[in-house]
Design a protein around this ligand. Structure first.
Ligand code: SME
Length: 151
C-alpha cells in the first residue's frame, strides 16, 4: 500500500523528468524534489556502484557527504550487497553506520538494479529516529521504480 504523500510525489516525479534523459539532471531533480517535499528528511541522494563494488557519491540534496563508500560498508554498502531495501530506525545502533551528516538519526537505502546488475543506491536520511515506516519503504521503492522507468 502506498499512500500520500507518495501518490502526489510520483506525479511530481513524472512531470519533473518528462522529456529529459540525462542522468545527472534527472537524479539531481529527483533528490531535490524528495528533499523539499518529504517531511523530516535532511539528506537525499544517490551513490553509484563502481566495477570494484565501491559506491561513489552521485547527485544529492543536503549537506556535503562522503564521496566514496568501500564495498559492503555502512548502511548503503549493506543494502547494496543484499540488493534489498534497508531501513535503520536508529543509526547509532547500526555498528557500521557511516556518519556523513551528524544530524541523521534514521535512514533508508533503496538499491537500484539495472539488467540484474547493481547500478547504485538511493539513500534518504532523517534527523528523527524511526522516521521511515512500511509506507515510506513502499513509497520510496515506488518512486525509485518510477525514476528507473522514465530515465
Ligand atoms: N550513512 C550512510 C552514508 C551515506 S550518508 O548518510 C549520506 C551509510 O552508513 O552508508
Amino acid at each position: 500500500m502506498t499512500t500520500e504523500p507518495y501518490e502526489r510525489l510520483e506525479a511530481q516525479v513524472r512531470a519533473l523528468l518528462d522529456g529529459e534523459s540525462d542522468f545527472i539532471a534527472n537524479a539531481g531533480n529527483f533528490a531535490a524534489l524528495i528533499h523539499a517535499e518529504l517531511p523530516e528528511v535532511n539528506w537525499v541522494g544517490f551513490y553509484r556502484a563502481t566495477p570494484s563494488g565501491e559506491l561513489v557519491l552521485g547527485p544529492f540534496s543536503g549537506r556535503p557527504a562522503c564521496s566514496r563508500i568501500p564495498h559492503g560498508r555502512g548502511v548503503c554498502g549493506a543494502a547494496a550487497v543484499k540488493r534489498e531495501t534497508l531501513v535503520v530506525d536508529d543509526v547509532d545502533a547500526f555498528a557500521d553506520h557511516i556518519v556523513c551528516d551528524s544530524a541523521s538519526r534514521s535512514e533508508i537505502v533503496v538499491p537500484i538494479l539495472r539488467d540484474g546488475e547493481l547500478f547504485g543506491v538511493f539513500d534518504v536520511d532523517s534527523p528523527i529516529k524511526a522516521r521511515f515506516t512500511a509506507d515510506d519503504r513502499a513509497g520510496l521503492e515506488r518512486l525509485v521504480a518510477t525514476f528507473e522507468e522514465i530515465r
